[in-house]
Ligand binder design. Sequence first.
Ligand code: SAH
Length: 346
Amino acid sequence: MEKRDIKSLTLEELTEELKAQGYPAYRGKQIYQWLHVKLAESFEEMTDLSKDMRRSLAERYRIVQLKPVQVLVSKVDGTRKYLFALEDGHIIESVWMRYKHGDSVCISSQVGCRMGCRFCASTLDGLERDLRPSEMLEQVYQIQKDTGERISHVVVMGSGEPLDNLEGLLAFIRLLCGPEGLNISQRNITVSTCGLVPEILRLSEEGLQITLALSLHAPDDEVRERLMPIAKRYPLQEVLDACQRYFQTTGRRLTFEYSLIKGENDSPGHAHALARLLKDQHGHVNLIPVNPVKERGLAQPDKKRIDAFKNILEKSGINVTIRREMGRDINGACGQLRKSFLQKMG
Ligand code: SAH
């Protein structure tokens, strides 16, 4: 029988299971802290448990762990990109960035992705599988161990569509932000979605305080459908209505991500249309010059065109920033490192 994944259990679940095995309730908290605060990697380390208890736990449970297989450090800004191996051999990618406001980790939520966005490297080979809550947590834990610094911000913007793994994502957020674990503030968590309407609506009802980022990338359905297959299932107006709902129930302003792609969505006309579209939305726009993906043949607009796009939005009263590119010298964004690693292994 496969051993159970103890790191994906909430404190309540763990306590219940231990009680059912005849242990007192306080053992739950004790073991939980070993796993989620002291970041123990084996039951052997849990020295305040009896040898018998450690042995019995090890028979029943496994402690899911990621193995770092590669770490690249940017000479430009200190950004660190990690490739981790999962228990089943799959490879995922995470990024650590240092900002003025604290250390931030960008994690993956799935192995691969099935959303098919044209500009994205993560989706080239489709979806392999969802990540478990423990595997999402482990990206944060491993990086915290490696850097020796406390991580204050987590963005779920690596490979995968987090809302396509909603159950796993919710468990992950509760584990990461729970007072008994790393206790990261929900307000410092950002989840980015390509716009799955039913899941955005469900997320609105969860009573969370996380930031929702919508990958917009287009001012109308026609352009969006060319870039993102998911746009055919959920028209823009439905997606924006769901975002509005998220704002109403949580009070959290949204982030609208817009990757600027030469000749696709970067004209002054697109900028004006975007300003009209977002006039009454509660949020700001984050412009991201597209990271060229060789397989996709898409390019960045030049700086003048990017600035012009930004100016039009600003003049229309839209809050807008251009995302600073981090770790440019260590292999682009969004699944590109993993992709090049797998190709070399291939
Ligand atoms: N599936 C989620 C999160 C993963 S991608 C989503 O779609 O939001 C995180 C962000 O990076 C998304 O806005 C995505 O559209 C964007 N992105 C993907 N590939 C990119 C590329 N080559 N250049 C710039 N942004 C990219």
